[in-house]
Ligand binder design. Structure first.
Ligand code: AHM
Ligand code: MG
Length: 347
């Protein structure tokens, strides 16, 4: 295997700043702030079994789900890292009801970027020592600089993303991100506190042997998805595929990106719009998917082209190796959309 260039994330950020013709260094400072927050959260996640931090925080988030203490912690750390330095002009978090407008000195924020973040995704896995992650997404604001941000700065199509990435707090901690020039992965050396480029130019294999879906919901899926699951299990050619589902989007995605595979959280008769949030989960992961040569769809439409209507909106989500995702689109078209404009999930 070809050795990746020995480079720290800090060095990589500086070297690649020149990719942006009109770069002012603002995006680089933003990624640096995320890098710092990632290390702080990583430290806390690693202590989860040791200190009294695991468990319910007692609060409910906007969707009525109980927040874990570490969710709250991660939310605070990322918000502080990004707002204290006045790097961005606005932020929206899966853990917050509304977006935050960040005022610079004299109430006059000249920064151009807004960040959308899921500070600790898959947090139901914390109590059982299973990998969790952070997902982030960066957009250029729509409204003029110097004024407070508005909802329009956040409700942008995924195609408008300037950068997106995730941190996976796993057996090792990795930061994977893209600024629209491919996907690169950095592994944290915990004793030095430094991220090193370990996975340059990450690409989805054309096809793979892994399918990741919560099959407990099988009875509620559309005919197309049911048929696709059966197809994955058939004994034919390179099938049956292997089922792997961690229940942490970041970890499931990360594994599939490296090994080749498909992740599905489709709509069902229980969850008409699926479960995952378009702005905090689907769009950033879809951006990375496409940058790595994969496909991300809601079963019919390209995820990045969906027009968001509200901050916490959900969307059905399928992403992964292109040949595998194409098959799902084919099945949905044949069995779910046949006589209707929308996918019918069976009840
Ligand atoms: P969360 O944002 O509340 O953590 O939920 C998102 C997570 C994803 O990471 C994961 O893929 C999915 O929910 C698992 O859901 P389910 O338990 O319904 O399979
Ligand atoms: Mg989440």
């Amino acid at each position: 295997m070809k050795q990746p260039k020995f480079q720290t994330l800090g060095e990589f950020i500086i070297e690649n700043q020149k990719e942006f013709v009109y770069s002012t260094g603002e995006l680089s400072r933003l990624i640096n702030a995320i890098r710092l927050a990632a290390k702080v959260v990583n430290h806390k996640v690693n202590q989860a079994g040791l200190v009294d931090i695991v468990g319910q925080g007692g609060e409910l988030n906007h969707s009525g789900e109980s927040q874990q203490k570490l969710d709250v912690f991660a939310n605070d750390v990322f918000i502080k890292a990004l707002t204290n330095r006045e790097i961005i002009c606005g932020l929206a978090s899966e853990e917050e009801d509304d977006f935050v407008s960040i005022n610079g000195a004299e109430n006059n924020n000249e920064n151009k970027y807004v960040v959308l973040i899921d500070p600790l995704d898959g947090s139901s896995n914390i109590d059982v020592n299973v990998s969790v992650g952070t997902i982030f997404s960066v957009y250029r604001r729509k409204t003029p600089t110097g004024s407070p941000v508005t909802i329009d700065d956040f409700l942008q199509k995924g195609t408008e993303q300037v950068a997106a990435g995730y941190i996976v707090y796993g057996t090792s901690t990795m930061l994977v991100y893209s600024t629209g020039h491919g996907v690169n992965g950095f592994t944290l050396n915990p004793s030095l506190g430094t991220f090193y480029l370990s996975h340059p130019n990450m690409r989805f294999p054309e096809s793979g042997a892994i399918y990741s879906i919560n099959e407990g919901n099988y009875n509620y899926f559309s005919e197309g998805i049911k048929k696709y699951i059966k197809y994955c299990q058939e004994n034919s050619g390179d099938r049956p595929y292997t089922a792997r589902y961690i229940g942490s989007l970041v970890s499931d995605f990360h594994r599939n990106l490296i090994k080749g595979g498909i992740y599905l959280y489709p709509k069902s008769s229980k969850n008409t719009f699926g479960k995952l949030r378009l702005l905090y989960e689907c769009n950033p992961i879809a951006f990375l998917t496409e940058q790595a040569g994969g496909i991300a769809t809601d079963g019919k439409n390209r995820i990045l082209e969906l027009k968001p209507e509200e901050l916490h909106q959900r969307a059905p989500f399928v992403c992964g190796s292109p040949k595998m995702v194409e098959k799902v689109i084919e099945f949905e078209k044949e069995f779910s959309y046949k006589n209707s404009a929308t996918v019918e999930a069976s009840s």
